[in-house]
Design a protein around this ligand. Sequence first.
Ligand SMILES: Nc1c(O)cccc1[N+](=O)[O-]
Length: 235
Amino acid sequence: MRIDIVTIFPQFFDILDLSLLGKARAQGIIDLHVHDLRDATHDRHRAVDDTPYGGGAGMVMKPEPWGETLDAIFEASPVDSPLVVFPSPAGTTFTQPYAHELSRESHIIFGCGRYEGIDQRVFEYAASRARVQLVSLGDYVLNGGEVAVMAMIEAFGRLIPGVVGNPESLVEESHEQGLLEYPSYTKPAVWRDREVPSILLSGHHANIAAWRHEQQVERTQRVRPDLYAAWANEQ
Ligand SMILES: Nc1c(O)cccc1[N+](=O)[O-]
């Protein structure tokens, strides 16, 4: 998978050299390109923003640098119709099913907005050349899209075949089957007078699996009644 990220803070993504995603890049599973939007400016101040038409506080990201950067990425794309994802509070909610969808893409371009946002014509232009999605991590305000892009890449990157060593470990995660994950324990069996549930020491795999599922259902009903209702409706 090719991933392109357009940002005014390219160093933000240096962290993607680390951990599983860094290994996936070294193995050629992920081909990452980070683009500094300011490289597509041609004035002394390398300006990427300007005052909003119609007035109002803050600044808006200028369309020209975006157009020039996106055109170069489209030209280099290995596919006819890449997916362009703009993290945005005005987007559809990012979910685990959507992470699975992203993990099956061949080329994803992330556009990180800053300031009061990106000139609307950038989304319109991008949609004339590719598939465009505005995607939200949640209903809160961030200063820009970089943190959201990092979270999304972490979420779908681990689902790409070959990135996680043991694919089994992807199955029993929160949200994978609509339930939150069960509580986990490791050695020692007793820690500060707190014992590991005896069922987990029984070696009886069927009973352990049943106990873990009960824990998932109980935790989901208690912590996320919304998820529990959707799950129960599917049973
Ligand atoms: N919420 C938010 C934002 O305020 C700015 C950029 C991206 C997001 N988001 O993806 O949720």
